[in-house]
Design a protein around this ligand. Structure first.
Ligand SMILES: *Cc1c(COP(=O)(O)O)cnc(C)c1O
Length: 342
């Protein structure tokens, strides 16, 4: 008997519908980095394709190729980190769009595409203030000129212009949006996919949607800490962390899960778990076991929900207890725990 992460595919499909309706006429690019936010890449991609998602985004090329294998040739898949020439070659061979945020990378991708006799599909990234990656605005016109030269030689096509924003203050995001619009304007009025927003701005601010909205968190039902509720957003938590009862004494129940499985020990004394007898307070979290207050009829093998869709608290509720974000709470759950899809 081991703990597991239950993944509710009905809730996931409902979130995808909600996102599609909210961002329309822009399209939803489903972000599946970090093993689909810990939910398991392949099953998530398969379900998303069935639900009509046709754009996927990952950090790395290796993950993008796994998406391609599941989603088939018609899906559009973008990777926004390229580690070197071999990585670029693999992306080009797998028909993966590349997010390109530096001029050396632009040159390298063009060169590898020319060598392979193919055309790289590039989304050029402008840095609009996060300083993570992206071409600085003062270098943008040179980068655009380089990209246009590579296009003329047939090795590359700029299919998109994009950036990533903080989504923590409207004023900062507005400034980023203005820089973004200026950068996109350097391409004149040729057809170009513009994408800027992730979950928060994509839902809250229509003028940030443009052609594509790159949404991860809300698709998995993870609301922002301190932000609007699940009900206000119209999303449902997708994952539930479930642990079986291992042992029962008169006043306490031991669960087969612990901090080594990714349950934060600081939750002891604060977290209410969902038991067959109703909510019960978690008393201690040890390395491989967790102790919860007893309930009448407690018996080994019963399921207890620690957080998520079938528990009293969602991942973000737990994150708020810990001073972090819901994504981190889910991502801390050990990849060793099985994911069960239902
Ligand atoms: C993670 C990520 C997103 C998605 O952000 P959410 O807040 O999870 O929707 C979008 N774009 C980029 C570049 C990202 O790294």
């Amino acid at each position: 008997m081991t703990a597991r992460l239950d993944v509710d595919m009905g809730a996931f499909a409902a979130n995808l519908r909600r996102i599609r309706e909210t961002v329309a006429p822009a399209r939803h690019l489903l972000v599946v980095k970090d093993d689909a936010y810990g939910h398991g890449l392949e099953p998530v991609v398969r379900a998303a394709v069935d639900a009509g998602v046709d754009w996927f985004g990952t950090f790395d090329v290796a993950t993008a190729l796994r998406v391609r294998a599941v989603a088939g040739p018609d899906a559009r898949v973008i990777a926004w980190t390229v580690y070197g020439p071999a990585d670029a070659d693999a992306a080009l061979a797998g028909d993966i769009d590349l997010g390109v945020g530096t001029r050396p990378l632009l040159a390298m991708v063009a060169e590898r595409a020319a060598a392979a006799g193919t055309v790289a599909q590039v989304h050029l990234k402008v840095d609009t203030g996060l300083h993570r990656n992206g071409i600085r605005p003062e270098q943008w016109s040179d980068a655009v000129a380089e990209a246009c030269r590579a296009e003329a030689s047939g090795s590359l096509r700029v299919v998109g212009v994009w950036s990533h924003i903080a989504e923590s203050s409207d004023a900062e995001d507005d400034a980023s949006r203005a820089q973004f619009l200026e950068a996109a304007a350097a391409f004149g009025n040729r057809p170009l996919l513009r994408h800027l927003a992730a979950s928060a701005a994509g839902f809250a601010r229509a003028e940030f949607r443009f052609d594509l909205v790159r949404i991860g968190a809300y698709a998995y039902g993870i609301r922002p800490s301190g932000g609007p509720s699940d009900a206000e957003l119209g999303i449902l938590p997708v994952a539930t962390l479930v642990a079986p009862v291992a042992d029962v004494t008169r006043d306490a129940v031991t669960l087969a899960i612990g901090s080594l499985d990714g349950l934060d020990s600081r939750l002891a004394g604060h977290l209410d778990a969902g038991t067959p007898g109703g909510p019960r307070r978690v008393r201690t979290v040890a390395e491989t076991t967790t102790i919860v207050e007893a309930w009448p009829g407690a018996a080994p093998g019963q399921d207890v929900a620690l957080f998520g869709g079938r528990a009293p608290l969602s991942a973000t509720d737990v994150a708020e207890l810990l001073g972090t974000i819901g994504e981190q709470v889910v991502l801390r759950i050990s990849p060793r725990l099985p994911r069960r899809y239902r």
